[in-house]
Design a protein around this ligand. Structure first.
Ligand SMILES: NC(=O)c1ccc[n+]([C@@H]2O[C@H](COP(=O)([O-])OP(=O)(O)OC[C@H]3O[C@@H](n4cnc5c(N)ncnc54)[C@H](O)[C@@H]3O)[C@@H](O)[C@H]2O)c1
Ligand SMILES: [Zn+2]
Length: 463
């Protein structure tokens, strides 16, 4: 236990050492109480230079925003020291440091924090990476009704000025008109280049808010607070942002990395079970691409991961994020011709075509489409003699065990192929696919014959 002087925490280097090595606690006292305590004492050099009340007021204005960055804030009062001490002890006992994953890019890095109850303390964490204490929270109607107040209270507590923009929930909002509405509202609110944009919601809010942050005033600081499992394990990390066009999914967008990602696992309690499953599909994806042992671990723990309060879920989220962070750190802008970031699209060429054909947000959830897409990609690989046919059977069995869809319902093969040709993953007129040599051994290929793809679609219910 170390009680540095009030000035020590004002020094950026000292503060950063404290953040990295210790749990920091701010004993926050109202000014009259502080004044009462210091009056009559002469050993406080800063207070001897004038009227102590005025000096304290000024010091408090200067220092409170930085003290508010502490991990724990405890309201001190006139209560006897024993009361404050026991509040400190119980706060420390209740404090679990979040799991932390660093995303390291060529010229900067940021943290993904994972754990319960992070939303109510988000303000202090956010303030550490914000250029000024002002932000605009973008969220959707459902998430706003559940969690906006908790976030706003925590921003208020640390003195961050905030406003919000609320959009209708669901994939259908990931379009030009919602994006236009967000950008115009930001400008109407006279934001400046140091105003931070905060995405509070699932992948739809994250992609939309991120793209608004990327384009408005040519780039605003951005923080992700993902509230769906899918967004926590995938979309909030890596900096891809964008919207859909009538021509296909995610066709308009930008790379814009967040400065911080706060994944509060507690908010997943309110997530409908089909959304939970959809997020789970992206967790399985990490194992299928590069980690057979993790895939096997998923097979063993899937049922408990999909139940609330499973201790396995935060671990799975951390593993999936760690995997994504490594891939993104290695190929931030997906420029590697082979086996770079594009690997994360395993199952996605099929999935995007299925989503486009069934209507965004109307037929399949993104994660559900990914589940089918991963089966199709594995089947396609097996049909090309690249992996054992048994892998497809094993994957189908697993995804069925968690009630994810595994078949295409009578969609047109030709139309699905047309959607695939429209996908960003077309290079030089050829279809680019992520194929696999077996579970955990995915690789990119830009040389897949259309006929093989058509046969795979037909084998899974397309007509
Ligand atoms: N940028 C990327 O790298 C990337 C990666 C994967 C997916 N995505 C995109 O993410 C999108 C899908 O994201 P999603 O699955 O999170 O969908 P979503 O954002 O539509 O959220 C799903 C639903 O859950 C609701 N919701 C969110 N949090 C909740 C909570 N805690 N409790 C109750 N309800 C809650 C939302 O209001 C919405 O109705 C797709 O558009 C996909 O393209 C992007
Ligand atoms: Zn995805």
């Amino acid at each position: 236990m170390l009680a540095p002087g009030g000035g020590a925490f004002m020094d950026p280097e000292t503060r950063s050492t404290i953040f990295n090595r210790a749990v920091s606690i701010w004993l926050r006292c109202p000014l009259p109480v502080l004044l009462q305590r210091v009056l009559g004492r002469t050993h406080r050099p800063l207070l001897n230079a004038g009227d102590p009340a005025e000096i304290l007021q000024q010091l408090s204005e200067e220092r409170s925003p930085l003290y508010a960055l502490a991990d724990i804030i405890i309201d001190g009062s006139e209560a006897p020291i024993q009361v404050t001490t026991s509040s400190v002890i119980s706060a420390l006992k209740a404090y679990t440091p979040p799991r932390q994953v660093k995303v390291t890019l060529a010229d900067r890095e940021y943290e993904v924090l994972i754990g319960p109850d992070l939303l109510s303390q988000a303000g202090g964490r956010m303030l550490r990476v914000m250029p000024q204490p002002r932000c605009v929270v973008i969220t959707d109607e459902i998430v706003a009704s559940l969690y906006l107040k908790t976030l706003e209270d925590s921003l208020f507590e640390v003195g961050v000025a905030h406003s919000n923009v609320i959009i209708p929930a669901g994939e259908a909002s990931k379009n030009f008109s919602a994006w236009h509405h967000i950008v115009e509202t930001l400008l109407e609110q006279r934001i400046d280049r140091s105003t931070t944009i905060v995405a509070l919601g699932g992948g739809v809010v994250g992609d939309l808010a991120g793209f608004a942050a990327a384009a408005t005033l040519r780039g605003l600081p951005f923080i992700q607070i993902p509230t769906t499992l899918l967004a926590q394990v995938d979309s909030s990390v890596g900096g891809k942002t964008g919207i859909n066009s009538q021509w296909g999914k995610n066709l308009v967008g930008a790379f814009h990395q967040p400065r911080l990602v706060i994944a509060d696992t507690g908010v997943l309690h309110s997530l409908p079970v089909n959304e939970r499953r959809a997020g789970y599909a992206e967790i399985v994806k990490a194992g299928l691409i590069a980690d057979a042992a993790f895939y096997e671990w998923c097979e063993t723990h899937a049922q408990s991961m999909l139940a609330n309060d499973s201790p396995n879920l935060p671990e799975a989220i951390e593993k999936a994020v760690r995997f994504k962070a490594t891939v993104v750190g290695d190929d931030e802008h997906e420029t590697k011709p082979n086996n770079g970031r594009a690997l994360l699209n395993f199952g996605h060429t099929f999935a995007h075509a299925l989503e486009a054909e069934t209507g965004y947000g109307q037929g399949l959830l993104h994660g559900e489409a990914v589940a089918i897409g991963m089966i199709l990609a594995t089947h396609l690989s097996a049909s090309l003699g690249l992996c054992p046919a048994q892998d497809t059977v094993r994957l189908i069995k697993h995804l069925q065990s968690v009630n994810l869809p595994t078949q295409i319902a009578k969609l047109s093969t030709n139309r699905l192929l047309e959607h695939m040709k429209q996908d960003k993953k077309m290079r030089g007129g050829k279809l680019t696919f992520v194929l696999t040599r077996g579970i955990g051994q995915a690789f990119t290929s830009n040389d897949v014959a259309e006929e093989a793809v058509a046969n795979t679609l037909l084998a899974y219910g397309a007509i």
